[in-house]
Design a protein around this ligand. Structure first.
Ligand SMILES: NC(=O)C1=CN([C@@H]2O[C@H](COP(=O)(O)OP(=O)(O)OC[C@H]3O[C@@H](n4cnc5c(N)ncnc54)[C@H](O)[C@@H]3O)[C@@H](O)[C@H]2O)C=CC1
Ligand SMILES: CC(C)CC(=O)C(=O)O
Ligand SMILES: [Mg+2]
Length: 359
């Protein structure tokens, strides 16, 4: 038995960072005498190549019975003209799982903060979370088509979808510094007007949380100019996608950031790094596996309540960075596999220490 995790390695660097992460997960859980079962399934371009679909029925069935889903990344130039692209499979996966709340924590690792394009004093105390609505907006709206004359996307949000993500964000802010920033484009977009109005209606239910509204264009500037002043950001699907990639630059690399995506209580969650399949570096054993490793740590903590095991992975990542083990994106030469081996070595040692202390 044990924890049943559906593994979707996907495309590009996905399989490389997933391999490292599965080794580390197996090791951490073996140390604490827990069992984890990986159910690897075809997904994305890799699934198109074999079955013609990015999210084939066997993968759908495995996801439906999983305790949690761990995803690498999908997409790549090979499938850019496919009838159904790998990215469509990702949207279908999120929809099937009902994961409406994508949580993207942004923290700065002190060992690499000199790599940030920002001055170090601006990074002091940066610690915020982007809560991105994941099942609505332009990525899902119908009609959606393009032909020789026009391309059409539809930006639609119903009130219930806004309410559930806004409640999620308020609850999270109440457990943190109590600052919620809602980001929209209510000066232009109808869906944003409803968004802002809904936030205002819900705010009185959470008196301990202070709410600020920002337009998305200005927010893009404030994220760089005063990142330390954010606590929880709540925003719609596409704004959250763009702003979180922007925010990753604060810490030095897109490869560092993890995420978790949540449905209603009781349903399985999805864990994936925020980056894509990085075709430009795929197959070179140089991708940064940290976003993937930290996503796995989030899975241990949030889906399986394995706090100590999650912390073990997070601590090992910090220790490895501090010891100078840096992948290419961070200016170093450590390979993906060598970084994974270092994490395993550190976990082996920390496990031995725990045992010694108990004895
Ligand atoms: N969740 C997912 O599976 C996502 C998939 N994509 C797909 O990925 C493909 C590539 O998209 P891009 O726009 O290039 O975005 P990307 O996030 O894959 O890469 C952007 C840049 O960041 C670098 N990078 C990303 N992750 C890295 C890591 N772990 N270590 C080191 N460097 C890293 C890449 O080398 C590249 O220079 C596209 O097909 C896109 O649709 C994009 C975003 C999310
Ligand atoms: C590939 C897209 C469907 C989404 C995306 O970029 C993301 O979720 O970060
Ligand atoms: Mg993205």
């Amino acid at each position: 038995m044990g924890y049943n995790v559906t593994v979707l390695a996907g495309d590009g660097i996905g399989p490389e960072i997933m391999a490292v992460t599965q080794t580390v997960l197996t090791q951490v859980l073996a140390q604490s005498e827990q069992q984890i079962q990986f159910n690897a399934q075809l997904f994305g371009g890799a699934a198109i190549d074999v079955t013609g679909s990015p999210f084939p029925p066997a993968t759908q069935a495995a996801v439906a019975t999983a305790d949690a889903v761990l995803l690498g990344s999908v997409g790549g130039p090979k499938w850019d003209e496919a009838t159904e692209r790998p990215e469509q499979g990702l949207l279908a996966l999120r929809k099937q799982m009902g994961v409406f709340a994508n949580v993207r924590p942004v923290k700065i690792f002190s060992a690499v903060k000199h790599l940030s394009p920002l001055r170090e004093e601006r990074l002091e105390a940066v610690d915020f979370v982007v809560v991105r609505e994941l099942l609505g907006g332009l990525y899902f709206g119908e009609p959606k088509y393009f032909n020789e004359k026009e391309g059409v996307d539809t930006l639609r949000y119903d009130k219930a979808s806004i309410e559930r993500i806004v409640h999620y964000a308020f609850k999270l802010a109440a457990t943190r510094k109590g600052e919620l920033t809602s980001i929209d484009k209510a000066n232009v977009l109808a869906s944003s007007k409803l968004w802002r109005q809904t936030v205002e209606e819900i705010a009185p239910l959470y008196r301990e949380v202070r709410v600020t509204h920002l337009y998305v264009d200005a927010a893009a500037m404030h994220l760089i100019q005063r990142p330390a002043q954010f606590d929880v950001i709540v925003t719609e699907n596409m704004f959250g996608d763009i702003l979180s990639d922007e925010a990753s630059v604060l810490g030095g690399s897109l490869g560092l950031l993890p995420s978790s995506s949540h449905a209603q209580a009781g349903r399985a969650a999805l864990y994936e790094p925020i980056h894509g399949s990085a075709p430009d570096i795929a197959g070179q054993d140089c991708a940064n596996p940290i976003g993937m490793l930290l996503s796995a740590a989030m899975m241990l903590r949030q889906s399986f309540q394995l706090e100590a095991e999650a912390t073990q992975i997070e601590t090992a990542v910090e220790t490895a960075l501090a010891a100078g083990f840096l992948t290419k994106d961070l200016g170093g030469q450590t390979s993906t596999r060598a970084f994974g081996a270092k994490i395993s070595e550190l976990i082996e040692r920390s496990g031995a220490n725990v045992t010694t202390n108990i004895v």
